[in-house]
Design a protein around this ligand. Sequence first.
Ligand code: TYD
Ligand code: MG
Length: 454
Amino acid sequence: MAKSSSAFTCTACGAAHKKWAGRCDACGEWNSIIEEAPLSQGPGRGLGAHKGRAVPLSNLSTTEPPPPRSRSGMEEFDRVLGGGLVPGSALLVGGDPGIGKSTLLLQHAAALSRTGRQAIYFSGEEASAQVRMRAMRLGLADAPMRLGAETNLRDILTTLEAERPDLAVIDSIQTLWSDTIEAAPGSVAQVRASAHELVTFAKRRGVAVILVGHVTKEGQIAGPRVVEHMVDCVLYFEGERGHQFRILRSVKNRFGPSGEIGVFEMTGSGLSEVANPSALFLSERGQPIAGSAVFAGIEGTRPVLTEVQALVAPSTLASPRRTVVGLDSGRVSTILAVLEARCGIPFAGLDVFLNVAGGMKVVEPAADLAIAGALLSAREDSALPPEAVLFGEISLSGALRPVGQAENRLKEAQKLGFTQAILPEAQKVEGQGGMAQRRIADLTGFVGEVFGAG
Ligand code: TYD
Ligand code: MG
């Protein structure tokens, strides 16, 4: 058996290291590696120490019904989960401090309790009185959910064992501590052990458990990524500071599609659901403006229209600015390079600012054409047709590649009053959809067709 010595763990991703280093090889994070006492391996714990039992095996065909789900009535939340909470599932809700996780989960637990299910919310960060005050402000004071202020894992598990609610919210996993582990609350060892016990409890008793985790930039506090692999469902609550919109995004879901989003707006009285995000993200549109392009995107299973905005201005800097918010900056650099190399339109000597309106993040390659459209429109100071949406992926050769779910994109655009779509020539569209389709083979063709120049 290996000699037990102290081990080093990355607080960002949980990777184990033999020795300390300034930077974690696994995730690239700096100053995230800390020393930890090893977990003791008792005698006889190794493989082959005792005989196991034969595991019953089955085939893949099943007559089992899909898992029953509890809908909370908070539609945006239920959708992100794939139709509601699955009993016995473990979820992680991660996000920056102050983004609104506690508010979201308090509202969700209250909504669920109003449907007749039992919900308990454990707060480790705020006193009960504080949470009650917030609930009052959110108009939730009459919801039949219950509240506990506790950070001791043993006490929480004992309470849950006695109560067996349908949902337990733990806010946050980084405040929990278990007396069986010799490490500070928030350390990788504590967070991992606490999460493991709660997940095991969830499975054994059929209680849905939601763990809240703060995203941490550095230091001794373990980030939510340490528990991502243990839970059934990982949700991130994101938004730009200074914007009121918040997006709940599923990055992993064992019971439904991942990549699904729910959109909320932070108001003076809590989070309100945004049922039609396209209308919201486009709400600032009026007159045709140079530098603006509407992208018909897909988020999860839902089409969402967003506005890509570009500003191009002469630069006084030796290496001009490339400021990108809400888009992948690598993708933007590629598109700038393709415009220069394939269409002969240089951006050298020009500062470029790109932004997605409303604080939305767009990661789909299908947004390429809208990005190119916004850039060209800003550079030429010529507005794109205001009744048009754009989508299509740009390859390095400058060709436009078709993307998935064209019908859904067109349908959503039509619903919002757009009458024209600019899309790749090779794009297959089932059913016309009532939209005029301007089909374009490559970026040079796009420049000629839309801006009347080569
Ligand atoms: P909170 O849920 O405490 O964030 P987290 O748990 O992710 O740290 O929310 C914090 C912010 O939300 C706080 O800065 C104020 C804002 N907020 C509102 O704007 N309206 C509200 O009704 C509430 C409860 C919070
Ligand atoms: Mg909080």
